[in-house]
Design a protein around this ligand. Structure first.
Ligand SMILES: *[C@@H]1O[C@H](CO)[C@@H](O)[C@H](O)[C@H]1NC(C)=O
Ligand SMILES: *[C@@H]1O[C@H](CO)[C@@H](O)[C@H](O)[C@H]1NC(C)=O
Length: 139
């Protein structure tokens, strides 16, 4: 009985539905107009963000060696290119490359273990503190 009442169509239903439908379209158009500038603004922000991140912004406390720094930075760039995810880019560089995300990026980028040992040394120099990202370098 309840179900029948629920599905019973009131006489004014089609008209109301049409009205609601056009209102939804209006809302969609407004959302669309608001979202477009936001979306187009996003890549700019990301771009500036990535350009700006440097030794000091990342709060690196070690010794700045351009070769080492850009090699580590490159890992995060490649990782970002793979996923196109801004948060990955940020997390990878977190704590001056000393995060589990950097380790995850090394894994997905299939960096060979000799290279990882080298990069671990780079982080030690650049970061100024022992690395803590999970590693399993075969000896
Ligand atoms: C990004 O950088 C460009 C050039 O350096 C600058 O013109 C623009 O205003 C910046 N955008 C933001 C959102 O900071
Ligand atoms: C920076 O690191 C590279 C690679 O380990 C090394 O060859 C170079 O001599 C270093 N440069 C400085 C200025 O320490």
């Amino acid at each position: 009985m309840v179900a029948i009442q629920f599905y019973a169509v009131p006489p004014n239903e089609p008209k109301q539905q049409r009205k609601m439908c056009s209102r939804n379209i209006k809302i969609s158009v407004v959302l669309f107009l608001v979202l477009i500038p936001l979306i187009t603004a996003l890549p700019h922000n990301n771009h500036n963000l990535s350009k700006r991140s440097n030794f000091f912004d990342l709060e690196c406390k070690g010794i700045f060696n351009k070769t080492m720094f850009f090699r580590l930075d490159r890992i995060c760039e490649d990782c970002y290119q793979l996923f196109r995810e801004t948060s990955i880019h940020r997390l990878c560089k977190k704590n001056c490359f000393d995060s589990k995300w950097f380790g995850e990026c090394l894994k997905v980028l299939l960096i060979p273990s000799e290279e990882i040992s080298k990069l671990q040394h780079f982080i030690k120099v650049i970061n100024g503190s022992p690395i803590s990202f999970p590693q399993s370098v075969p000896t």
